[in-house]
Design a protein around this ligand. Structure first.
Ligand code: HEM
Length: 504
């Protein structure tokens, strides 16, 4: 009976279960915010309190400033008990291993792994080392492999999928997948589909946990079967690439990667406990899973934007052409020389955020905010989409793709007053630990694609021509994909430059 923020009224017992929007929920929540004149809304989904946070102020007040309370994740019987995802960082809670307490050691010495927990290990391997030559080299090579495949393939979506997993697998394990059907490509996709169903509330056992006691043969019971499939996929994800690189290390054939550097050190006699090996194995699989789906979604958004806004594409290509003079492909060292490209990448992350609600946070104790009661265990849904479209932060026409909003003027200088799009990577203690790597990957892929190809002639799945004004619907999911569209990649540099790129 304590006061809660306004929101749709809901039914007895079921609450707002049927109010949860089926499409473009970010826009619906924003509209409700206007309707109820409140930046924070309340819903109750089958007994679970849910708070929708529609403004940067509310998000920062709660998820950032009170991050000691709002950094847990909602619990799910399906994930915790039936699949067993305790090692997956996005689902860990405060009392789990995600929260590190030990300072960063100055370098990645194997002995110092002891006592480090997941998030810190992750930072050290993927965030701090995101600038390392080895990681960047893998990113450049993956971008060049993509250019080569695009010479003969017309399935640009498939190639971008492959390229995204290529980047993360080669950095993490030194493995380069070569076709879409490889289990290292399909395993994270399949497990992400199960997670997306869980996030959508697709399993009754999450609303009514006692159902888990129903036997497998009970009519209509599917969750046991999905749980077993999810468990097998999770083990494949954790062990598959790890085992492959371990045997390469034993044969002395492994290329430099996070895994091989670790395993070579172990092989050379570093004092490593089983616990440390488990933690590293898990952190690597977390990167693999966390990076695959999100990166490909961002790349799809990039190609969609380039196809729909050809003048932006031309401008970015001119900036690159002026720098490269048709003599070479881009390198990371070019980053500072082409600020317009960095602005394009920022705009990709802002225009249609990959995760419109980040990942739901949950509260670990009762709290009050502006007189409203927020009970322990509440779901906190940050409407990232709404704040990335907020014209008071990002300037006018936020529904349009305008990279210039990230430039000081229309010239070549970045705009220092404008908020960064780091908001696209979540909030507080749970903010994405892979964000530097993600930005690097997007930049290097965008730079290569724009140098080597024109992206033209966007049509929808029925062959209808698309323009920036065509209505298009992004998927209503945790990772929100643009609609399938077909574009043409037309080569704009000599084929030999692309063919030779990997040899240099
Ligand atoms: C464009 C690409 C990406 C986007 C937009 C993105 C976005 C996000 C968001 C919004 C979260 C949740 C933050 C929150 O709950 O407040 C997250 C978590 C996470 N991301 Fe990313 N991410 C991207 C790429 C990556 C990459 C490349 C990796 C791995 C190298 C990665 C690994 C993770 C992990 C492990 C978590 C869970 C962190 C935790 O729960 O403590 N992400 N990401």
């Amino acid at each position: 009976k304590r006061p809660v923020p306004p929101g749709p009224r809901g039914l007895p017992v079921l609450g707002n279960l049927f109010d949860i929007p089926k499409k473009e929920s970010w826009q619906v929540y924003l509209d409700w915010g206007k309707q109820y004149n409140s930046e924070i809304l309340y819903m109750n989904a089958g007994g679970k309190p849910m708070f929708i946070l529609n403004s940067i102020k509310v998000i920062q007040d709660l998820l950032v400033r009170r991050s000691n309370i709002y950094s847990d994740r909602p619990r799910s019987t399906m994930l915790d008990e039936l699949i067993g995802t305790s090692w997956l960082m996005p689902f860990m809670n405060k009392d789990n291993k995600w929260k590190g307490r030990v300072n960063h050691p100055p370098q990645a010495s194997v002995c110092s792994f002891f006592g480090l927990e997941h998030r810190q290990l992750f930072r050290r391997e993927f965030d701090n080392l995101a600038g390392s030559t080895a990681n960047k080299n893998h990113e450049v090579q993956a971008a060049r492999r993509l250019l080569q495949r695009l010479l003969t393939s017309s399935d640009h979506e498939g190639e971008l999928r492959l390229a995204s997993v290529d980047v993360i697998l080669s950095i993490t394990y030194g493995i380069t997948p070569t076709n879409f059907e490889h289990p290292f490509i399909t395993t994270p996709e399949q497990i992400n589909e199960i997670f997306a169903d869980v996030a959508r509330g697709g399993y009754l056992v999450d609303a009514f946990p006692f159902l888990k006691y129903l036997p497998k043969w009970f009519p209509g019971v599917k969750f046991h079967e999905t749980g077993e499939r999810g468990k097998a996929l999770a083990i494949d994800l954790l062990m598959g690439p790890y085992k492959e690189v371990k045997s390469q290390v034993e044969n002395g054939t492994a290329v430099s990667s996070v895994a091989s550097r670790f395993l070579y050190a172990v092989q050379e006699g570093a004092d490593t406990s089983e616990g440390e090996i488990d933690a590293m194995r898990s952190v690597m699989a977390n990167a693999y899973l966390g990076g695959a789906d999100t990166t490909v979604c961002a790349l799809y958004n990039f190609t969609t934007a380039m196809a729909l806004y050809p003048h932006v594409q031309k401008k970015a290509q001119k900036v690159l052409d002026d720098l490269l003079s048709g003599q070479r492909l881009p390198e990371f060292s070019d980053f500072g020389s082409v600020p317009y490209l960095a602005a394009v990448v920022n705009e990709v992350l802002r225009w249609h955020p990959v995760t419109p609600f980040a990942i739901y946070h949950a509260s670990n104790q009762d709290d009050t905010y502006n007189g409203y009661f927020i009970p322990k265990g509440s779901y906190m849904i940050a409407n990232s989409w709404a704040i990335l479209r907020d014209e008071s932060i990002f300037g006018p026409d936020t529904d349009k793709f305008i990279p210039e909003r990230f430039m000081k003027d229309d010239a070549n200088a970045p705009g220092p007053d404008l908020s960064d799009v780091d908001l696209a990577f979540g909030f507080g203690r749970r903010a994405c630990p892979g964000r530097l790597m993600a930005r690097d990957t997007l930049w290097v892929m965008a730079a290569h694609i724009l140098t080597a190809y024109d992206i033209t002639d966007p049509v929808d799945k029925d062959g209808n021509k698309l323009t920036a004004d065509s209505p298009m619907e992004w998927s209503n999911a945790m990772v929100s994909f643009p609609p399938h569209l077909r574009v043409t990649f037309k080569r704009r540099i000599p084929e030999s430059m692309i063919q030779d790129a990997l040899l240099t």
